[in-house]
Design a protein around this ligand. Structure first.
Ligand code: GUN
Length: 288
């Protein structure tokens, strides 16, 4: 058996054209969705991500601002910048690329961004709203995975979902989003005893570990859906996921590739969240 490929690239392209059409309509109504991305320091991976966010923003007709700050920026300077942007009517989304340099407290930065402009969905207000099933900005990578599932018509209710990883950005919210769709969710992580015995029970397995080829064929129940959130470099410097794709594709029913899987969905959902924020801003203006 060979699994059906879930092309994040194709799904993202479809979603992006829908978003572009809505952006155009919103512009006609007098509001251009605006996203600010702040990059502090010179992390090369972060720079790549940020450039790609800016490019997509422009492609979709949005107002895009990239603010590059030196590594030596103080926490207070960054907080002042965020405060200014919280009050800027042209800006509907504020994203501070993580990680920030060590002398800056990440939590203080996340909490300083207005929950109404928190298009990353990292602010505790949005995390709490997501957890209680209220309307919220959902974190882009896990949200992108949910959209992929929906687009592929993969059933979630009653399924056993196993998430490998428990980061605040991916693993934790991913499990919560599946729970919100009535899945039975198990998290496994670096302290879990016998990870494989649990992943083998998964109908849907999400790998968000950050280790090349961590998930091998023996982790998989035949016919499982396998979602690879990893973006790693292997020993030859080639981009690869957390899943040993060539092995696992023979056992899974559906699988996401790397690149071209979850990656393109993350940026797309960021654009979606920025559009959503701009729509809310317009509705507020109209009701004022
Ligand atoms: N660093 C890695 N992923 C992300 C993300 O989704 N948002 C932000 N702000 N930083 C990140």
């Amino acid at each position: 058996m060979s699994a059906t490929l879930i092309s994040g690239k194709e799904i993202a392209n479809k979603k992006k054209s829908e978003i572009a059409a809505e952006v155009e309509a919103l512009k006609q109504a007098g509001v251009t969705p605006g996203l600010v991305v702040i990059l502090v320091g010179n992390n090369p991976a972060s720079r790549t991500y940020v450039t790609s966010k800016e490019k997509t923003c422009k492609e979709l007709g949005m107002h895009s601002v990239l603010i590059e700050l030196p590594e030596t920026t103080t926490e207070q300077e960054l907080l002042n910048k965020i405060d200014e942007l919280n009050h800027d009517e042209k800006i509907h989304g504020i994203l501070v690329q993580l990680p920030v340099p060590e002398h800056i407290n990440e939590t203080s930065i996340i909490e300083a961004i207005s929950p109404e402009k928190d298009v990353d969905g990292f602010h505790p207000i949005n995390v709490g709203r997501m957890m209680t099933g209220q309307d919220a900005f959902l974190p882009c990578t896990p949200y992108g995975v949910m959209v992929m599932m929906k687009e592929m018509g993969i059933e979630i209710a009653g399924k056993h979902v196993v998430v490998i990883g428990r980061s605040n950005i991916v693993g934790k919210p991913q499990g919560q989003l599946f729970l919100n769709e009535n899945a039975t969710v198990t998290y496994v992580h670096s302290k879990t005893v016998d990870i494989k015995s649990i992943t083998k029970q998964a109908d849907i397995l999400v790998a968000a570990v950050g280790r090349p080829y961590f998930v091998t064929e023996d982790f998989i129940k035949p016919g499982a859906v396998v979602i690879d959130v990893g973006i790693n470099r292997n020993s030859e410097g080639k981009l690869c996921g957390d899943v040993d794709f060539d092995q696992v594709k023979e056992k899974a029913s559906y699988i996401t590739p790397v690149p071209g899987g979850v990656g393109p969905m993350t940026i797309t959902m960021l654009m979606y969240n920025t559009l959503k924020s701009a729509k809310k801003a317009l509705a507020k203006l109209q009701n004022a």
